[in-house]
Design a protein around this ligand. Structure first.
Ligand SMILES: *Cc1c(COP(=O)(O)O)cnc(C)c1O
Length: 357
């Protein structure tokens, strides 16, 4: 089997050693001679998995016990609804910035539940930049942003200081770089981009911001239910949480966020330098807002596309087709993607230029 370079935008690549451990656990988990898939989530062996999965998030974010971590089903998309459900008051309003499809969906859900002010938007230029120069009002119930825009390939390189609770959708760049987690009051991430398989969503919340919505809360949609239940109020997504735990353990054991941030920067520099140098390709977003996770680029002539698709096959490049809203190519450089995969893509681009330019 020749090596496939997996640039999939999501579900995305996982470390090979994690896949191996995960597949072993399907047959014989923890030397119990039982599959992880057929034991109680309340068994002591599984409770240990959940506890570690929750603790690893706090360790990697370097936060203390004023934060709680739990894992839910429903994807990051359910968090678009749970965030306003838990934080938005009847008389108040929420402040959002609109940086793409996911941010727009988050705004849509919040508007169903209450009042929303969109402070800034990059929709005027097809979401090819991160807006700045807005001010976060101090009477908002909370401020919501999206750290990395998976579809358009833009990334917030810094975060505003917020006078109100700051909520961030980090689905596609969680633990890819150092952020000051204590500046955030709620961080959520669908696992399937950069921390595990599809099926679970990590939520980390500062306890002190909860319980103020004034709403009569449905149990399953109330963050406090999942804090009290230690992420086991109901049956959690057992296997996805296990694989996310393994991936976070892999990250921590290898040197944590500082280690991966350096590698991620090398990968992004390698690819963006080639995009800028190569006459057959062009980047799609403003340079200072380029994402280190999702690199979007277009062929400079439409007829290149079919030829580069063929070239990509000969280099075993998988998952580089751009999102339908942007077209061209999108190479996702998530944590588990090795540098040599980016090198393979760059080699293909160089050979392409020699042949076709
Ligand atoms: C993929 C993605 C989502 C949606 O995640 P689901 O788990 O499919 O609901 C939300 N936000 C961002 C930034 C994403 O990349």
């Amino acid at each position: 089997m020749s090596k496939i370079h997996n640039f999939s935008a999501g579900p995305g690549i996982l470390p090979p050693e994690v896949l191996k451990q995960a597949s072993d656990a399907c047959i014989n988990f923890d030397n119990m001679n039982l599959s992880l898939l057929e034991i109680s989530h309340r068994s002591k062996n599984y409770v240990a998995v959940m506890d570690e999965a929750r603790q690893l998030v706090k360790d990697l974010f370097e936060v203390g016990d004023d934060y709680e971590v739990f894992y839910l089903g429903g994807g990051a998309s359910l968090q678009f609804a749970m965030v306003p459900y838990n934080l938005l008051t009847e008389k108040g309003y929420a402040a959002y910035i609109n940086t793409g499809v996911w941010a727009s969906k988050a705004i849509k859900e919040a508007k169903i539940l209450g009042n929303v002010k969109v402070l800034a938007s990059s929709e005027d230029k097809s979401f090819t930049y991160i807006p700045n120069g807005y001010e976060i009002p101090s009477d908002a119930d909370y401020f919501h942003c999206t750290s990395n825009n998976t579809i358009y390939g833009t990334q917030m390189k810094s975060f505003p200081k917020s006078p109100v609770p700051m909520v961030c959708d980090m689905s596609s760049d969680l633990f890819s770089r150092r952020v000051n987690a204590k500046d955030f009051d709620l961080i959520y991430a669908g696992a399937q981009k950069n921390m595990g398989p599809a099926g679970s969503t990590m939520v980390m919340v500062k306890k002190s911001i909860l319980g103020k919505s004034g709403r009569k809360m449905l149990s399953m949609l109330d963050y406090q239910t999942h804090i009290k239940g230690e992420s086991m109020y109901n049956t959690p997504p057992v296997f996805p949480v296990y694989v996310s735990m393994l991936t976070l353990r892999w990250l921590k054991q290898n040197g944590g966020v500082d280690w991966i941030e350096k590698i991620n920067q090398q990968k992004a520099d390698l690819l963006y330098n080639e995009i800028d140098r190569n006459s057959c390709f062009a980047g799609t977003v403003v340079k200072e807002d380029r994402s280190n996770m999702n690199v979007c680029f277009l062929p400079t002539k439409p007829e290149y596309e079919a030829e580069f698709d063929k070239m990509a096959k000969t280099y075993s490049l998988s998952g580089i087709k751009g999102h339908r809203d942007v077209g061209g190519y999108r190479a996702s450089l998530y944590n588990a993607l090795p540098l040599d995969s980016v090198q393979a893509l760059v080699d293909a681009m160089k050979e392409f230029e020699k042949k076709f330019a």
